[in-house]
Design a protein around this ligand. Sequence first.
Ligand code: EPU
Length: 422
Amino acid sequence: MDSLIIEGPAKLSGTVTVSGSKNTTLPLLFASLLFDKEIQFENVPRLWDVETTLKLLETMGSEFSWNKDLGRVSILPRVRVKVAPYEWVRRMRAGILALGPLLAKYGEARVSLPGGCAIGARPVNYHLEAMKRLGVGIEVEEGYIKAQIRGELIGCDISFPQVTVTGTENILILALSARGTTRISNAAREPEVVRLGEMLRDCGAHISGLGTSTIEVQGGELRPPAKPILIPSDRIEAATWIAASVATRCPLTIDHTDNSALGSVIQAYRALGAKIEGNARGTSLFVEPRNSYASIEIETAPYPGFPTDMQAQILTNACLAHGTSKIRETIFENRFMHVAELRRLGAKVSVRRNVATVEGPTKLVGAPLMATDLRASACLVLGGLSAYGQTKVSRIYHLDRGYQRLDEKLRHLGAKIQRGQE
Ligand code: EPU
């Protein structure tokens, strides 16, 4: 298993380029199952989750080629087996995104129940309830969701009890195969959902309300995409680079960003003590940390609120701030696993229910750490960049699931960071 060894405190300088968005790539790759022709994708990030998705599509019968250097993927969608096996879904919960496209195109699917993970129970009941309302027959047996459309699906009103990103994506796709209009209330407004909807619209789908909490989808035929599908830049990676600038107190230029998707993050980091400016086109950020940081109060929320996927990173930054910071996690019930590891660096953090209280400023000191999930891994790397001395972060395969070559990019910026094997 790989680990990262970091000598801190790191000095960074220069420009870093953000890769393609993981959480946009995954639903778009699964959506290729809706078509019969070869589909091209550009700016695909080199990530384990992308590899897992492509392999999963391959086990179903599709063929793919992936030029990792150019970020180009080509998929020839074919489905011999309409099954997403446990072996793959346990590695990547986003495997549940196979369910909507398989049902929409083939009327049946068997997808492994994902099970819990390090950040929470993460059930998929909202996906299944919404599918049942549209008319899908669903049984859960032997750890699998067995779904079948008998007759036809009829468009209806679906109101999610809680905002769900992949749930909205699955229903957006499935509703295309229903007769009439489906109205999704309390829909996710995340840019990743908008991009999926835009791609489907380019293929002839009638979808309105993207980016709002009510999306309307009209059932109808799709044609294959006429041109390669471009993956936008990863907003969480961009935000993590803001966090890296703050963690090291070094100015950074972050290129290939979508600044319009970073509003709540920029606001939070300005409050903490970073000067952040964007270029006129909204595709680049310049971050200049101030000498001392102020404590913050953050609450994670669905988009456009502060993303749960940045909670761990900003919590690490808050350790350097003067006073008491409060960070409330409202999306996942168990997303503070990184706190125990950060304490090993000397962080003064306590957790009560869903609120972490951080006392600062703390001089962090390097220590061996264990990563538990993707964003937690990023926060431990940030901790190592801030800390004095050597930090070793083990189990960084989590990091490779969602950040394209983070250690290489950091080395390029001047950090002393090495990959080791254990
Ligand atoms: N929920 C249910 N039942 C459901 C669906 C969701 O109770 O059927 C709950 C979840 O347990 C959670 C909340 O609703 O408490 C929101 O979960 P959501 O469904 O939105 O999460 P997701 O779609 O599984 C996506 C991202 C996550 C990101 C969340 C929240 C992808 C592939 N994953 O997950 O990304 O944290 O939305 O924004 O898009 C990551 O990239 O590190 C990551 C975990």
